[in-house]
Design a binder for this molecule. Structure first.
Ligand code: CMP
Length: 139
């Protein structure tokens, strides 16, 4: 994909809509796109996390200890938690359709958070919500 097309695609993702051109260009450099097929286990519970993913197209489900937690769709991200806390993946994430994903490794993810504080705050809010949700489902 051409860099301009990639930036246009990135701007459509709600998490990134408000980024400046400079930030979008940086994000485009810091991420790659990949396709996965329906049924693939994109993230495996218990493994060390190396990448965070943002869904451009398609759907996935979060499954913990074999139990469905939540469905994810376009604009949602996953795999961020273990990059932030260096703990093993706390759930599986399984593609429930063919998917197009934006992928960042740990170093790229940190660079994007440093470059775009607004994105960092949005991710922080979502992570706190997820932690609370996961704690509540344990009581
Ligand atoms: P990570 O722990 O790296 O790998 C599993 C991922 O599942 C986790 O990051 C989150 O991205 C995602 N996840 C875990 N719990 C929830 C939740 N309650 N809602 C949405 N996504 C979640």
């Amino acid at each position: 994909m051409r860099q301009d097309d990639k930036m246009t695609a990135l701007k459509r993702i709600p998490l990134f809509t408000r980024l400046s051109k400079k930030e979008l260009r940086f994000l485009a450099q810091m991420s790659s796109e990949t396709n996965v097929g329906e049924g693939s286990k994109v993230v495996k519970q218990g493994e060390l996390g190396r990448e965070a993913m943002i869904i451009e197209e398609g759907t996935a489900e979060v499954v913990r200890d074999g139990e469905h937690v939540v469905d994810l769709g376009p604009g949602d991200f996953f795999g961020e938690m273990s990059l932030i806390n260096h703990m093993p993946r706390n759930a599986d994430v399984i593609a429930t359709s063919d998917m197009r994903l934006l992928v960042m490794d740990s170093r790229e993810f940190s660079s994007v958070l440093s470059q775009s504080p607004e994105v960092a705050v949005k991710i922080l809010k979502t992570v706190v919500e997820r932690l609370v949700e996961n704690q509540e489902s344990h009581v």
